[in-house]
Design a protein around this ligand. Sequence first.
Ligand SMILES: O=C(O)CCC(=O)C(=O)O
Length: 294
Amino acid sequence: MRVIFEPPIAEHDPTLYEAKTVTPVIEGFAAVGDEELQLYDRTGFLAIRNGFGSQATDAALCALRTILCSDDPRCESIYFESAIRDHLTLASGSEREWADALPKVPSALRASLVRKLMGFITSYPALGALAEEPELLRVISQIIGEPIRCFQDMALIKPPYGQEKPWHQDHAYFNFPLEARVVGVWIALTDVSPQMGCMHVVSGAHRAGPRPHFKRRDWQICDSEMRTYPRLAIAMQAGDVLLFDGKLPHGTPTNRTDRQRFAVQFHFAGCSAIPTTDEDRMAIFGSEGKDVRC
Ligand SMILES: O=C(O)CCC(=O)C(=O)O
């Protein structure tokens, strides 16, 4: 298992996430028909109330808590919030030394500072079950228009006062041809308000295609570009699901509460999508050689 320590990032300007708050109005996956699929095409997202019931979300949350408390979690990688450094006895040194110092951090504190887990669906059935829900898969195959595969699973846990995930397009992180349809599935396992760092999106902006990304607080769209768009904050309840296009600009602000925010995210692509290279991706989403600055 890989252990990654996120770098500290500067606090974001709060105006970047000034947004109109909306809540999901489509009740369950079964309510997604032609009209909703057309809405997805226009807006780049669908917010679904009660995609999953409390039994499924409670079981998934319990599995995540098990991973967080385990000394040997069965996942591919674990990412710690930068604040974990304040609790490691080594102030400097290599990531290897930090990882060796982790067991000395009290387990509850350690668990409260996990930001992301990746690669767990094959080891934890309650989490794998979310990615196999037949009605969810039906909707995603209709969006993509061909047989689909889940190519990435992650748990996104914003610790109390945890850091922002700056505005970006997920496609800028994936080596797929630009025309390949990629669908993100963001499942709330706890209620998530704007104050807790809910998902923020720019409705319809996936249609403008790839935006240049820059290495700033993260690999992200320039703040000054994001300020020009009208933004929506999607307030969700546990079990609600956000489906969104890989080219939809989205981000999440700092968690301004003392509560841990839990979500699971999957990414799906069509089975026929053939992976490209980092160079191809950077030629599309990078700023080099283009007349753009940030
Ligand atoms: O859950 C979050 O805070 C944002 C996650 C996200 O946008 C991503 O990982 O691409």
